[in-house]
Design a protein around this ligand. Structure first.
Ligand SMILES: N[C@@H](CCC(=O)N[C@@H](CS)C(=O)NCC(=O)O)C(=O)O
Length: 215
């Protein structure tokens, strides 16, 4: 790591605090820019610094790193490939978490939530991954090698397609990516009926989980 990392966040703990702790504990000096106005946040978005439009953001060696867990897991602060895998995985996990939680909402809220998730997939998440594939022109998301990020991406695509089967019509590279990854033999097998892959949640599943976890 050549220069001091620069942290962009609010002047408070929030999601950045653990990152501050980690850097401090590792003896890494860092600079901070505190977000005090909406304009600062919008500028970061406009400049393409926020992968999924969210902070925390850490700038290090010209890389713009987002996703708290990914930044925290960068213990060596050196391997650009690993951090990119983590950023992509955390982004797809955020998207999938929204879909996972929707069935637990009241029926009158659920339709609105699902429409908003679909909108987010189309405007926040899928354009990012389409651009990544376009920019490097490779078969997989990171390092031209099949990784955890590709598996998560495929799972997220399939979940969003369950909300709207034609969601990939504006994302040709993601569509090709989906076909490519789905055809990896182990994944192809998992996608076959009778595998251990689980169906989308139904009313029975929602009742069961709600009863077990008591919410
Ligand atoms: N999974 C992300 C979540 C980040 C997140 O929710 N950040 C909030 C601020 S603490 C944000 O930027 N929200 C704006 C938005 O989602 O539009 C992470 O862990 O970094």
């Amino acid at each position: 790591m050549a220069a001091k990392p620069k942290l962009y966040y609010f002047h408070g703990r929030g999601r950045m605090e653990s990152i501050r702790w980690l850097l401090a504990a590792a003896g890494v000096e860092f600079e901070e820019e505190f977000l005090e106005t909406r304009e600062q946040y919008e500028k970061l978005q406009k400049d393409g610094c926020l992968l999924f439009g969210q902070v925390p953001l850490v700038e290090v060696d010209g890389m713009m790193l987002t996703q708290t867990r990914a930044i925290l897991s960068l213990s060596c602060w050196s391997n650009g490939c690993f951090i990119r895998i983590d950023m992509y995985v955390d982004g797809t996990l955020d998207l999938m978490a929204m879909i996972m939680l929707a069935p637990f909402q009241r029926p009158e809220e659920k339709q609105e939530t699902l429409a908003s998730i679909l909108q987010k997939a189309k405007t926040r998440y899928f354009p990012v991954f389409e651009k990544i594939l376009k920019d490097h022109g490779e078969d997989f998301l990171v390092g031209n090698k099949f990784s955890w990020a590709d598996i998560q991406m495929l799972e997220a695509i399939l979940m969003v397609e369950e909300l709207n089967a034609s969601v990939l019509s504006d994302f040709p590279l993601l569509k090709a990516f989906k076909t490519r990854v789905s055809n990896i033999p182990t994944i192809k097998k998992f996608l076959q009926p009778g595998s251990q892959r689980k169906p989308p949640p139904d009313a029975h599943y929602v009742d069961l989980v709600s009863n077990i976890l008591q919410f």
